[in-house]
Design a binder for this molecule. Structure first.
Ligand SMILES: *Cc1c(COP(=O)(O)O)cnc(C)c1O
Ligand code: SF4
Length: 340
């Protein structure tokens, strides 16, 4: 049984009964939910998996810089349920429901039990996509698209495959990792079609990558769906070279290409998870040269307010007086000259 309340967590021994009253208050603002698979991945109530899902009193602290819509989803919403910020791609928020609720979620103000995008809004969003030839890629997110019924997800995918200018359909999801049993061969078969389909999994710690998750990922790759990953840099969870190296090595072994390492967004009550950018850059520098280039994601910040994602990793090149100065992975400097 999924754990969906503070009482469930107390009953399971994951949180202390004495902490329950304050955590109930947290749970009123930000829902509590973790799956059996994630419960099984928790070794101790303080480890890198547990911290992502167990509520904490620190979530009641809102810092002045924190926002209710940190990445500006609502700033670029031409119709309900759709975000169109970059010319060639849109995000379709097919549901607000997730299989788990992460304590640092950048959309924590909108995700929860409100459920699927109403039919009228879905039709409006699909109509906008069909009428906007500049849109080459549709990203299904939410919430988590794999929490939809296989029939509803299949129907949405079929509609998108039917739009001639849509070349790519991407699904952003945590389900293959946190609820791998939902990724059945039937669901996968209903997804593939004319447009290229990519799945981008959200995962933050190697301990999440259970055998069942590995099997779900294999079902996707073996059906011809390339896999990428997104990771959120989280203090106390994965803010070290060793933990991220283990995660990225495990992902590559599962045929998942690490895509983005996100700096933690300015979501309300997530300050205890946020590192400094300098700390993130030092970790990225520690990975470079040590780990296959294929296993290294791009470290990005989604500029608060809806201004887009940009790379914020460490710099290796600077303009010198008459040549570039380039640093190698060990930090030694070298000169490089352009053609005249
Ligand atoms: C993150 C995001 C995308 C996808 O960006 P990529 O850099 O292509 O992965 C698209 N639209 C919005 C609004 C986003 O926030
Ligand atoms: S799965 Fe994604 S959208 Fe859902 S709570 Fe976690 S971070 Fe937020």
């Amino acid at each position: 049984m999924a754990l969906s309340s503070v009482a469930d967590l107390v009953g399971d021994g994951l949180v202390d009964a004495a902490d329950a009253p304050v955590l109930e208050t947290v749970g009123q603002s930000f829902q509590v939910l973790l799956t059996d698979t994630m419960r099984g991945a928790i070794a101790t109530p303080n480890d890198g998996v547990a911290r992502q899902f167990l509520p904490s009193a620190a979530e009641l602290i809102t810092r002045p810089e924190e926002m209710t819509d940190p990445i500006g989803d609502a700033v670029h919403a031409p119709v309900p349920g759709l975000t169109h910020r970059y010319p060639d791609r849109v995000i379709l928020h097919v549901t607000q429901t997730c299989a788990v609720y992460c304590r640092f979620c950048f959309r924590r103000e909108t995700v929860g039990a409100t459920g699927v995008l109403p039919d009228a809004d879905l039709e409006g969003a699909l109509g906008y996509i069909a009428a906007t030839p500049a849109v080459r890629e549709v990203i299904l997110t939410g919430g988590d698209p794999f929490t939809l019924s296989p029939r509803r997800l299949g129907a949405i995918m079929a509609r998108l495959h039917g739009v001639p200018h849509v070349d790519m359909i991407r699904l952003h999801t945590r389900v293959p990792v946190v609820a791998p049993e939902l990724i059945t061969d039937g669901v996968v078969a209903a997804m593939v079609g004319r447009a290229a389909v990519f799945v981008v999994i959200h995962t933050n710690h190697a301990q999440e990558l259970t055998d069942a998750a590995g099997a779900a990922l294999a079902r996707l790759v073996n059906a011809g769906v390339p896999l990428l990953s997104q990771t959120v840099l989280l203090r106390g969870v994965n803010d070290s070279v060793a933990v991220l190296e283990a995660l990225f090595r495990a992902l590559i072994g599962l045929r998942v290409k690490p895509y983005y390492l996100h700096h933690c967004d300015l979501a309300r009550g997530a300050g205890h998870f946020r590192t400094t950018i300098a700390a993130g850059q030092a970790i990225m520098a520690g990975l470079r040269g040590r780990l296959s280039g294929m296993a290294i994601p791009l470290y990005v910040l989604d500029i608060p307010g809806g201004f887009g994602k940009v790379p914020i990793g460490p710099g290796y090149v600077e303009a010198g007086d008459d040549a570039w100065v380039v640093a190698d992975p060990q930090g030694r400097q070298h000169s490089y000259s352009d053609p005249d």
